[in-house]
Design a protein around this ligand. Structure first.
Ligand SMILES: NC(=O)c1ccc[n+]([C@@H]2O[C@H](COP(=O)([O-])OP(=O)(O)OC[C@H]3O[C@@H](n4cnc5c(N)ncnc54)[C@H](OP(=O)(O)O)[C@@H]3O)[C@@H](O)[C@H]2O)c1
Length: 194
């Protein structure tokens, strides 16, 4: 089974962005040390444009070969004219309303999101599946999430977009590892208790 990993950036108080999902305030913590970690361990989670600008566009994928995002998350790039933000991965976008995919590399999931993700997880071999977000799709897929990799930036948002847009529900995870960075960023990996 391939694993579904929610790899996500959040504030100390657990928000993935402001009430509209904007997390640009976190970008100031992507300094040399943290960028090196991303480039080495999770290069595929940096957008194709970011990889080009930062000169590691040809870095091989390390953990994931597939990304899933909701239309809300995908729209951030689309509004800027980017139809394939992660062209180095197989891209899936959950949307009932988008109609047609704007890019040949982007596959739309229009119905049975959970079933589609289960089918991807059941594929033989390959790397893992990155659940990019946002909140609504993560909430819909909570039961399918096998791992969390949470990049916590040293900021309090007070309110904002929750990591999982779902009803109150308790789900237990076991801490696998923690990495700390000089600028106060913390990355934790959790594995689901099944
Ligand atoms: N901090 C981070 O690491 C991080 C990561 C990713 C995203 N974000 C932020 O999260 C925000 C977006 O989050 P969001 O919660 O508003 O939106 P989202 O979860 O990205 O997308 C929601 C959309 O996904 C589609 N969808 C939801 N459930 C579905 C289902 N069961 N089947 C098919 N389609 C389904 C719907 O699209 P249709 O309306 O087309 O049907 C829905 O409007 C963005 O602002 C982004 O910046 C932050």
């Amino acid at each position: 089974m391939r694993k579904l990993t929610y790899f996500v950036a959040c504030s100390i108080d657990g928000f993935i962005g402001d009430p509209n999902g904007d997390a640009s305030s976190m970008m100031r913590y992507v300094d040399e040390e943290f960028l090196e970690f991303l480039k080495t361990e999770y290069p595929e989670t940096v957008s194709a444009e970011g990889r080009r600008v930062l000169d590691f566009h040809d870095a091989p994928n390390q953990k994931f070969d597939t990304v899933i995002q909701g239309r809300g998350s995908y729209r951030v790039g689309l509004d800027a004219g980017v139809t394939s933000p992660y062209g180095h991965l197989r891209e899936y976008v959950a949307s009932r309303g988008l109609g047609e995919s704007p890019d040949p590399n982007v596959h739309l999931i229009t119905e049975d999101l959970v079933g589609a993700v289960r089918a991807l997880k059941a594929e033989e071999g390959g790397l893992g599946i990155w659940l990019c977000g946002g909140s609504q799709v993560a909430g819909a897929l909570l039961d399918e999430v096998d791992e969390l990799v949470i990049k916590t930036y040293p900021q309090i948002y007070g309110s904002g977009m929750p990591m999982f847009g779902t009803d109150f529900t308790v789900t237990d995870f076991t801490l696998d590892w923690v990495r700390t960075f000089d600028n106060g960023v913390l990355v934790r990996k959790y594995v689901r208790q099944r």
